[in-house]
Design a protein around this ligand. Sequence first.
Ligand code: LIP
Length: 267
Amino acid sequence: MKDRETSELLSGIENIIRQAGEIMVHAHLNRSEIISKAGHKNFVTEYDRKVQEFLIGELKKLHPGAAFFAEEEKEHHEEILAQGDVFVIDPIDGTSNFMRGWFPSCISIGMLRKGTPYLGVIYVPVSGELFTAVKGCGARKNGEPIHASRDPLGENLAVFGTSAYYEREIVQKAFDTAMYYQQRCIDVRRSGSAAYDLCMVACGAAGVYAEPLIQLWDFAAGALIAQEAGATVTDYDGKPLTFRESSGVVAVCPGAAEEDYLPFSGK
Ligand code: LIP
């Protein structure tokens, strides 16, 4: 059961994230105009920044005591992550999708309390899906409780991320992961948004998500949402996520057998 303060904080974040979604939807509608004005990369950077500025401005009003760790900030100070309440923000997760008008891209807001995930909110503006979780209170989609799949992995889809920004060895590991799960699941999918992938595990659309390296803002909210929905979420060695740095992330539904959990844990 959420206390009153947490309920108010959550509904405040929900309001803010929905409003931020309008910025993204509007940008989608005028995509060609905006690209020709500011150029391909600048366009994306500009909208990532716009959404982030809006979120930080509004979240500061909602929770004046909180600190921020956000993707588009110039510097990232990991040492703040263990202190008090810290919002970990990805203003647009799935930036390449957003840039090309491909589904999905979403806004991800996690909140760490003394270094531990306490709140997670992910909003997908194009579909209107809102995923939320509060530590110990379960996960929800548009207000309704959601649960990770209890079906065996062989009856589930797998989603994987390509860790596209990193060196070839890591990308290879991503494709090895895809192959590993392709053999064990119905098939594999690649959405282009880690936050969305974690939500797909949370609501049972996918049985597993894995990506060898992503940033904290990509998974801070989604890992809690998947966990609260009953999934097991670890790094690539099967260890709990530290929420202090970038990491490999594997989220597996409760229907999976334990030996199916981790492709690269030395087994
Ligand atoms: C992206 C992820 C994507 C992953 C990329 C990147 P961005 O986040 O969500 O799934 O494969 O490496 O981290 O850059 O769009 O916020």
